[in-house]
Design a protein around this ligand. Structure first.
Ligand code: F0G
Length: 534
């Protein structure tokens, strides 16, 4: 009989062809802890150690028994899942626990909001970022409206005073509104003032918002969030779809100061003293928010330094710009504390969480906004059929129980396992300093950076590096030859990310180090043919 037809591939066929070119084309059929299983061409099941960890979502590993049991229990109990616009106790419980942890981890950090942080749930990391963008813009347009109202009221009162002769325009003001003569009749002066300031201010107030973000930052790929994602390949084709962002390097806060100064626009306001009206300029809130990651994750695992973080925060605060700390990858315990920002004393105005919140099973995310900035009308402005469901919130509660158990031992465990991996990788770097450029990252968010192979002796390696495929090709080699799953960070293709679960064993760390030595030997000897599938 003829062989069964191969099913047509309509679901991202191009991506699968790329995976196949890099020898990453395996289909996992089972997962548990730090292990993924697939069946190879000979029909043998192979166990792969997963150092990618769901791109940061699997601190508890695949199918943690307590998470899986909770999920089963929820399904068996026929828990209502889709019930938008009803009361959601579990969501309040998740938000309350997050507030508790925030209070604890930021206890010594000034400027705590008296009312805590309000929570808006969403479905994915990028959606939480979209919610942050929108909430920040809502804050900004409300500030603009208040400013406009104040300006309009004062302009009317000042013009009335000029018209009835109780005030006159000062010389500076007359010049600014087009060189009005000192002896212009009061009615003419009043009209000129209203027209000139009214037109100019209306234009300044209509300026579209700008956002600030870090060079190398990653915040998602939806049409708003991609605008603050630095990688031009992701962002530029869609520049027309969303707000403009200004990118600044994290380690040069003075550049943030300059960027704000460069983009600042002023409205014209008046003050009246001794019957003479003078001009004052007031800045328009152009920047809606600044986004930072405590560790640039997808951008190459680059930790933000505490002093730089605080400088960025101070500058934003001095301009009234809310600071959004994106903890989608760093949060939920991955970096050795629940919030990586707490380790550098960086208090967020807004905070986004996703990945780990789902315990490796549910899809969920949340935006936290400090209560003194929170706009309740946002709850009608942003919502989703799927968000805040009791299933994902109940799973989040189980995850929180696991993380917070025994006085937060899991955070300590993540830090300790991270140190163990780091020292193993450091050993490799010492043996291959010509191959490994750097090892970095807090807790279980680690990166190993290879020297750029763009000028390698081997034409194959050179080509891989120049096309940005180096990290994928070496990941394919590690999978095929060593049963290890690693991936480069998307925007830094010479850096491999290492984000296993907190249960990662010494044996597996040893296995990783041995495989990396093998890989480093190949690169040192430029034996690129060994990287190609036989
Ligand atoms: N923010 C950060 C800091 C992220 O790392 C990611 C995703 C997102 C937002 C978007 O979340 O995928 O749930 O929509 N980072 C993955 C990565 C893709 O490669 O590190 P999402």
């Amino acid at each position: 009989s003829p062989p069964p037809p191969v099913p047509a591939k309509y679901a991202e066929r191009f991506l699968e062809d790329m995976l196949s070119a890099w020898c990453l084309d395996v289909e996992y059929t089972r997962a548990r802890g730090d292990t993924l299983y697939y069946t190879d061409d000979d029909g043998t099941e192979r166990a792969v150690t997963d150092f990618v960890g769901g791109f940061g979502s699997l601190l508890l590993g695949h199918h943690h028994p307590a998470v899986t049991a909770r999920m089963r229990q929820l399904l068996d109990g026929e828990t209502p899942v889709h019930a938008q616009f009803s009361l959601r106790t579990q969501a309040h419980q998740v938000a309350a626990r997050l507030n508790e942890i925030l209070r604890r981890e930021f206890a010594g950090v000034p400027d705590a909001p008296a009312g805590g942080y309000s929570a808006v749930f969403a479905n994915s990391g990028a959606e939480a970022v979209e919610a942050a963008l929108k909430h920040a813009e809502l804050e900004r347009v409300n500030r603009l409206a208040a400013l406009e109202e104040e300006l309009t009221a004062r302009l009317r009162a000042t013009a009335d005073a000029v018209r009835d002769g109780s005030a006159v325009l000062g010389a500076r003001l007359r010049t600014a509104i087009g060189g009005l003569a000192a002896d212009a009749p009061p009615g003419v002066a009043a009209d000129a003032l209203r027209t000139a300031l009214g037109v100019r201010n209306a234009r300044a107030l209509r300026r579209p918002p700008l956002f600030l973000a870090l060079t190398g930052g990653f915040h998602g790929k939806l049409s708003g969030s991609v605008q603050i994602t630095h990688n031009p390949a992701f962002r530029e084709p869609f520049a027309g779809l969303g707000p403009r962002a200004v990118f600044v390097p994290a380690d040069r806060p003075a550049e943030l100061q300059r960027a704000i100064a460069r983009e600042t626009v002023n409205v014209l306001d008046t003050t009246t003293a001794d019957g003479v009206v003078d001009l004052v300029e007031r800045p328009v809130p152009v920047f809606a928010a600044m986004f930072v990651e405590p560790v640039l994750g997808e951008g190459g695992v680059v930790p933000l330094r505490a002093d730089d973080a605080l400088a960025l925060r101070r500058i934003c605060a001095s301009h009234g710009i809310p600071l959004v700390v994106d903890e989608i990858q760093t949060g939920f315990g991955r970096c050795g504390a629940f919030f990586a920002s707490s380790l550098i004393g960086l208090r967020p105005d807004y905070l986004t969480l996703a990945k780990g919140i789902g315990g490796g099973i549910a899809k969920s995310s949340v935006l936290l906004v400090r209560s003194d900035r929170y706009r309740p009308e946002f709850e009608l402005a942003h919502s989703s059929t799927y968000a805040k469901d009791s299933l994902s919130c109940s799973v989040a509660l189980t995850v929180l129980d696991l993380l917070e158990a025994d006085g937060g031992q899991l955070y300590e465990r993540a830090a300790e396992r991270g140190r163990a991996i780091r020292s193993a990788l450091e050993e490799v770097r010492k043996e291959y300093p010509d191959v490994v450029a750097d090892v970095r990252g807090p807790g279980l968010l680690l990166g190993i950076e290879f020297h750029d192979q763009s000028d390698a002796a081997s034409p194959y390696l050179r080509d891989l590096a120049r096309r940005g495929h180096f990290g994928f090709a070496v990941s394919g080699y590690l999978l095929r030859e060593h049963d290890l799953r690693l991936m480069p960070t998307g925007s830094a293709p010479h850096t491999l990310r290492i984000e296993p679960s907190a249960g990662i064993s010494d044996a597996r760390i040893g296995h990783l180090a041995g495989a990396l030595r093998d890989l480093c030997g190949i690169i040192r000897n430029q034996d690129a043919h060994l990287l190609v599938r036989a």
